[in-house]
Write a protein that binds this ligand. Sequence first.
Ligand SMILES: NC(=O)c1ccc[n+]([C@@H]2O[C@H](COP(=O)([O-])OP(=O)(O)OC[C@H]3O[C@@H](n4cnc5c(N)ncnc54)[C@H](O)[C@@H]3O)[C@@H](O)[C@H]2O)c1
Length: 333
Amino acid sequence: MSIHSYKNKKVLITGGLGFIGSNLARRLVGLGAQVTLVDSLVPVYGGNLFNISDIRNSVACNISDVRDPHAITYLVQGQDFLFNLAGQTSHMDSMTSPREDLEINAAAQLSIVEACRAVNPNIKLVFASTRQIYGKPDYLPVDELHPIRPVDVNGINKLAGEWYHLLYNNVYGIRACVLRLTNTYGPAMRVKDARQTFLGIWVRSLIEGAPIKVFGDGKQLRDFNYVDDCVDAMLLAGASDIANGKVYNLGSKEVINLGDLAAMTVGLGYGGQYELVPFPAERKAIDIGDYYSDFSLISRELGWEPSVGLEEGLKKTVEYYMANNQHYWDASK
Ligand SMILES: NC(=O)c1ccc[n+]([C@@H]2O[C@H](COP(=O)([O-])OP(=O)(O)OC[C@H]3O[C@@H](n4cnc5c(N)ncnc54)[C@H](O)[C@@H]3O)[C@@H](O)[C@H]2O)c1
């Protein structure tokens, strides 16, 4: 099955009003799918109706919470695909509100796969996991065989979320696969604060003329995916039966340290400056150090390669927020 086979298929996206979910929805609408978005729109997370303003009349939107098993059981009925992206994404919040993270990222995930087993075992599931579960890498690049050692509550619960999907694939034959995303950025990411990604607050600082704050010595290595590349990976994983029961890393060949990334961001031509500041202790305690992934498995098996370069992606992102910032933050605050 190719990604063009989404035409006329019924697709449910949990977390569909969030950053990646809304970009995925837009692509699926373009491919002719019948798309339903589920999102709780809890204000501290990334959901934002503006993210789908251009496709609002082409998707069904259901404002409900994945922690409600009755709503989920109703919503998964008759769907061909479920892209399961609803999540509490803040690592810091997982430490201050660990039970909420458990309820969304683990318990609700169990309800979702249970609902599929009960009313729609023929559905195909794609779960958005995170590279955070590896913890501090023993070696680089990190492949899927690297030990799992979460450094925060979020990592533990996302791992449980992954395994509910894999278990239901293995035991009940409900087709499911897992993508371990690395830092994903682009239009529609949460830029109001640093809850979702530090790049969000960097973009806001750049546009507001405030210095970008780089924690530590700026030497920390990271890889980044532009959201369109991440969406490509999700569509390929959903469309492929080779992916069933598998875990794939996403990543990029463009590995960069955060100091150089800040320099690249201020060098885009929109002004701005950056400064190195001491790592806040509470962030340092759950930091994973250098990270970049080996994503050769998904390249080999599904033919996925990221195609948007970092500089090009950053430019598109900054331009998007320059044009639309009023929908993402209140400039008076
Ligand atoms: N963006 C990244 O860099 C990144 C990296 C690794 C993993 N991920 C994973 O990808 C997925 C999507 O992340 P995103 O970056 O688009 O974040 P996001 O916060 O923009 O999207 C998540 C969406 O889920 C919704 N949501 C949260 N709790 C919910 C609940 N209980 N019921 C219904 N909806 C709920 C939020 O309102 C939000 O719209 C998440 O599962 C996240 O863990 C993202």
